[in-house]
Design a protein around this ligand. Structure first.
Ligand code: ATP
Length: 200
């Protein structure tokens, strides 16, 4: 079985910038955000259960989950949030584990903003943290999403602190420099992960 590598980092740290570069080297990447959307896609049994539980107002006209409506309900009600997580988390975990186990590349990557905050960390053998100072997280996220600094700070406050993230890392990628510097680090990371997977 392929070495499983988890990649995480705070909002705007550059997870996608790293995984895109690994994908272009033929490495299979599972994106936890995409899996989380897939398990509740239109027509899924999970979405049907959500509609039965929360009512039709969380389903939009096109049959998809109305995420904003659902978020409004669960963020003001911890019990409802727990209900939703008990439904979706096992499905997300099952899909991630299955995709990692069947990956055909020399190693497989799980990219997840909540890797360290959830049981997703048990799915991986090696943890890579993409790290930038908070000021860089803010400026890059604002530039990308056109969000206010206030919103970016609120999201950062809900995420794990930079220090605890770094403490959990097996490998740290410092993405505070230019993209050319990131390229060099990703090349070194790829070589390291190939070595680790060959040594298994
Ligand atoms: P999120 O958790 O919000 O999805 P992320 O960790 O995947 O974010 P990216 O989307 O990869 O972060 O990067 C955030 C933004 O910063 C993007 O617009 C990206 O193009 C840009 N960026 C990433 N790395 C660098 C860099 N070294 N120099 C300049 N811009 C960068």
């Amino acid at each position: 079985k392929a070495l499983r590598v988890g990649i995480t980092g705070g909002i705007g740290s550059g997870k996608s910038a790293v995984t895109e570069r690994l994908q272009s080297r033929g490495i299979e990447v599972v994106d936890a955000d995409i899996v989380a959307r897939e398990v509740v896609e239109a027509g899924s049994s999970a979405l049907e259960k959500i509609a039965q539980h929360f009512g039709k107002e969380v389903i939009s006209a096109d049959g998809n989950l109305d995420r904003a409506a659902l978020r409004r309900i669960v963020f003001s009600d911890p019990d409802q949030r727990l209900w939703l997580e008990r439904l979706t988390h096992p499905l997300i975990g099952e899909s991630i584990a299955q995709q990692l186990a069947t990956a055909a590349s020399s190693y497989a990557v799980l990219s997840s903003p909540l890797l360290l905050e959830s049981s997703q960390r048990d799915f991986v053998d090696h943890i890579v943290v993409v790290d930038v100072p908070e000021s860089v997280q803010i400026s890059r996220t604002k530039a990308r999403d056109n969000n206010s600094e206030e919103l970016v700070r609120a999201i950062m406050a809900a995420q794990m602190s930079r220090d605890s993230r770094l403490a959990a890392a097996d490998t740290v990628i410092d993405n505070s420099g230019a993209l050319a510097e990131l390229d060099q680090q990703v090349t070194a990371l790829h070589e390291k992960l190939l070595r680790l997977s060959a040594a298994r």
